[in-house]
Write a protein that binds this ligand. Structure first.
Ligand SMILES: *[C@@H]1O[C@H](CO)[C@@H](O)[C@H](O)[C@H]1NC(C)=O
Ligand SMILES: *[C@@H]1O[C@H](CO)[C@@H](O)[C@H](O)[C@H]1NC(C)=O
Ligand SMILES: *[C@@H]1O[C@H](CO)[C@@H](O)[C@H](O)[C@H]1NC(C)=O
Ligand SMILES: *[C@@H]1O[C@H](CO)[C@@H](O)[C@H](O)[C@H]1NC(C)=O
Ligand SMILES: *[C@@H]1O[C@H](CO)[C@@H](O)[C@H](O)[C@H]1NC(C)=O
Ligand SMILES: *[C@@H]1O[C@H](CO)[C@@H](O)[C@H](O)[C@H]1NC(C)=O
Ligand SMILES: *[C@@H]1O[C@H](CO)[C@@H](O)[C@H](O)[C@H]1NC(C)=O
Ligand SMILES: *[C@@H]1O[C@H](CO)[C@@H](O)[C@H](O)[C@H]1NC(C)=O
Ligand SMILES: *[C@@H]1O[C@H](CO)[C@@H](O)[C@H](O)[C@H]1NC(C)=O
Length: 306
């Protein structure tokens, strides 16, 4: 299930389409969604500038044809991200390519290669377009949006399967997880990306996996702000769903009850139980060797279970 909203007004629903999310990780390079023209026109009046078409053999087309292969190869070579603007006003073309933080250079390259071909097919002669995949996203426009957040539309998608047991616990754990990995991603200067997992004792969702990413051009605080803008609070549409994601240009996130990314989780939150025992502070000193309790303790002794 999928729809899009403006980041500044969550109630502004733009479209409503059906989409089944439960595809196995890495099995397909099919696009998740695309927006052809008009992207980002929701808080600034850019509609007249970005919803138009370019014409065949125009300077804009020539620039775009130079830009796309360059973006693909540079992003694959330089850590999964590339952005550049070429050409002169009014024919300048700005492009951005971003691979998911956990995919390797060859997968990044093949995802963007597909994207650079698809984007011209999916959005023919559009002055602006963006296409999202599991492993990458590709965007071009005649307007520059580097280093800024906000003024663009987001796509909401959710797993059609429902949580049928302890929804409040599930939602609490998801919030904790997203908050923890948002911190990690915002503080990671190498790549504004983090994955994480949290366990529970609930058999329906023994482990919840999450992923967040910002474009690397964002400062730490802007990345945090972008992610908090889409995770806190989460869209009410996601309530009771086994997984969900928000696709944006500058940041995105996803969570599921199965692992959908490559490699070890970067953040591991300890096991959570539905009714947690009171937290017991760890001992300041290394604990003494375990001694069997006396059969008849003279004074009241408390046994802490951790
Ligand atoms: C946006 O720009 C178009 C074209 O210039 C204009 O017709 C329209 O009224 C503007 N919309 C707003 C909300 O300013
Ligand atoms: C752009 O092209 C599409 C399809 O050819 C057409 O429907 C649309 O009206 C065009 N838009 C502009 C602003 O020329
Ligand atoms: C664009 O250029 C190609 C090759 O030069 C030519 O075949 C085609 O007719 C041109 N199209 C337009 C719309 O001018
Ligand atoms: C922009 O493109 C148009 C049409 O392709 C062309 O006539 C014009 O000279 C270009 N302007 C610049 C500054 O490149
Ligand atoms: C790709 O990298 C080369 C070398 O660093 C640079 O000159 C070029 O502008 C880059 N292009 C893009 C689209 O990032
Ligand atoms: C890149 O990752 C994919 C999927 O995880 C894997 O199948 C492939 O072997 C990896 N390629 C390299 C060169 O490591
Ligand atoms: C999940 O719950 C919604 C709303 O209660 C329901 O419409 C939908 O059919 C359920 N999905 C599945 C896969 O059971
Ligand atoms: C930062 O992100 C990179 C790339 O995903 C990862 O290898 C590294 O471990 C992260 N650093 C921290 C401190 O999380
Ligand atoms: C969650 O459980 C799995 C399987 O039991 C285990 O491999 C993993 O380390 C646990 N993670 C955390 C954060 O406790």
């Amino acid at each position: 299930m999928l729809l899009s909203r403006s980041s500044s007004s969550p109630l502004f629903l733009l479209c409503l389409l059906f989409f089944i999310l439960h595809s196995p990780p890495g099995a397909t390079a099919d696009s998740l969604y695309q927006i052809c023209g008009n992207y980002g026109a929701y808080t600034t009046n850019r509609s007249h500038e970005t919803q138009g078409n370019y014409t065949a053999n125009s300077t804009y087309e020539t620039n775009l044809n130079l830009l796309l292969p360059d973006l693909v190869s540079n992003a694959s070579l330089f850590g999964g991200y590339s952005s550049v603007m070429i050409g002169q006003f009014p024919n300048q073309t700005y492009g951005l390519a971003l691979c998911r933080g956990d995919v390797n250079a060859s997968l990044c390259h093949s995802c963007l290669e597909t994207a650079s071909q698809d984007i011209l097919q999916l959005c023919p002669y559009k002055i602006e377009a963006i296409v999202w995949y599991d492993d990458c996203l590709l965007h071009y426009s005649n307007l520059w949006s580097l280093g800024t957040t906000g003024d663009s539309e987001e796509i909401l998608m959710y797993n059609i399967n429902n949580i049928t047991t302890d929804r409040p616990l599930f939602e609490k754990l998801v919030d904790e997880l997203l908050s923890a990995i948002t911190d990690r991603a915002a503080n990671n200067a190498t790549m504004r990306f983090a994955t994480g997992e949290v366990n529970s004792t609930e058999t329906e969702f023994p482990t919840i996996y999450g992923l967040v990413q910002c474009t690397p051009d964002l400062w730490s605080s802007a990345c945090r702000q972008c992610l908090q803008g889409i995770t806190d609070p989460q869209p009410s549409l996601f309530q009771g769903k086994q997984g969900a994601r928000v696709l944006g240009l500058h940041c995105n996130y996803r969570y599921e009850i199965y692992k959908f990314y490559v490699g070890e989780s970067m953040v591991k939150l300890g096991s959570r139980t539905p009714a947690p025992a009171p937290w017991v502070p760890p001992l300041a000193k290394p604990p003494a060797p375990w001694v069997p309790p006396p059969v008849n303790p003279g004074k009241g002794t408390k046994v802490a279970s951790c």
